[in-house]
Ligand binder design. Sequence first.
Ligand SMILES: [Zn+2]
Length: 481
Amino acid sequence: MTLRPLIAICGTTGVGKSNIAVELALRLGQGGFRHGWRGAKIINADSMQVYEGLDVITNKMPKEERKDVEHLLMDFKKPGEQYVVGQWVQDATKLINEIHENGEVPIVVGGTSYWIQHLVFSDRLIGSPPNEKVLTPPKQPHKSLDEMQELVAQVTEPELLQLFEFLPESPPSAGTDPDAAFKMHNLLNALDPVMAARWHWRDTRKVLRSLEIIKETGRKGSDIVAEQASRSAVSEPKFRTLFFWLYAEPSVLEKRLYERVDKMIELGLLDEIRTLQRIASEVSPDSSPSAHNSEVDYSLGIYQAIGYKEFHDFLSGTETSQGDFSRAVDRMKLSTRQYAKRQISWIRNKLIPIVNSVNQQRTQTPLYLLDATELGSEWMTNVQEPAIKIMEDFLDDRDLPEPKSLSERARNLLSVREKAVEPTAVLEARRKVICPICTTEENRPVMIEQGPEWEIHQGTRSHKRLAAKAERERRTNDTIS
Ligand SMILES: [Zn+2]
C-alpha cells in the first residue's frame, strides 16, 4: 500500500507556523494538481491550544487569519482537563484518516514537537533513546551450561579466567589501580569484543557491568543489544511525511516574542489568567471534596501556559505595585524565551536524529528548514514560496532539493552531528580505538572514540607533539641503519 501524505510544520512559538500552514492549505484548495489531492485541513499540535477559549494566553491564531481553513483538535478541552500525547496521537490519527478519505491533505502544525514525533514515527523507536539503558538488558533467560562454557572457553589466559570466576564487588579505580582496570577490560575483550570496543578501559563501572551480564545470563551484551534492535526496528512510517521546520534567528525572534507579550497584555491576558484562577479556586480541594472533578490538577494542562505562573502572585493580591507588574512581565518574557530555546533544542536533538535515522534505512521523510528570520518580502522568498514549491513537488512525487541547499541557516542547523538512534548502531558508533601514537605503555592504552572525536584527537597539541617526536625518531633510526 502506498502511504498517504502528511505535512508537518514545527518550530518555536511566534515564528509563523500557523501562517504558513494556512497558506499551504489555501494553495491545496485551488486544486489542479497531478497528484489529485484537493484541499487541506489543519490539525493543531500545540498542547495549550487544545483548550477552549483563552485565546490570548494560548496564542491562538485569530479567526480571521485562519481564512476559513478548518482547524481541528483546537479549542475543545476544559481548563484543568488533562490531554496527553497518547490521546492526541489517537485523535489525530483518526482525523488524518478521515481527511485522506475525503481526498484532502492533513497539515499538522504546532510547537509541541514530541506530539508530532509520536504521531509520525513508531513509539518503539522514540522509546529507546540512545543511552545506557539500552545496553542494560532486562532479565534474560539463562543459556544452557554448555553455551556458557563455550563462551568462557574463549578466555585462554588462566589469570583472566580466575578474574571471571571472582569478579570484584565494585569496579576498581582506573586512577589508582590501572592494572586491575585494564585486566578487566582484557577479560571483556576476550568474551565480548564488540562490547569491549564500546567502553574505554578506564570506564570500569561499565566494563564490570558488561561482565556481570555475561555471568548472570551466559550471554554477550552485544548479542542482547542486537536482539533488542531487531525487535524494536524502525517500523514503517505511518504516513509519507514532509517536515517543515520554521526557524528564526533567536536574537531576532526574541524581540518579536517580547513584543508579543506586551500585545497579549493589551488584548486581555490578565483577564484570562483571573478566569483560570477563579476556576481553580472554585474546585480547589479545600472548598469541596465532591466538586465536579476532584481529579483535576491545577498545575497541569492549561495551567502550564506561560503567563499563568508568572502573573499569579500579582493577580492574587500579594504583589500589587507597578514594580511588581513590570517584574511579572519580565518573568513572562524570560519564560517565553526559554521555552523557544527548549523547542529548538528538541528539534535538533530529538526530532532530526530520528528523521536522519529513518532516512538512512527506508522511506524518505524529507525535512526542510525554512528561514523565517526576516518578515515582509523576505518571508515570501524564504518561507512561503519554497514551502509551496516543495509541497507541490512532494505531492507530485518529483525530485526534491537537498535540504541543506535551501539557505545558509539550513546548512548550518541541519548539519547536526549524526547521532545513532538504533541500538546496534549506537554500539558501533561509539567504538573506541587505541591511538598508537599516544599510547606509551602497553597496559595503559589511550582509547578514543571513532568518528569526530578521533578527528579532534588527531588535531590536539599533545597528539601532534608525540607524532612529531615519533617521526623524528623514525628518521634518526633510518639514518643510523
Ligand atoms: Zn593520539
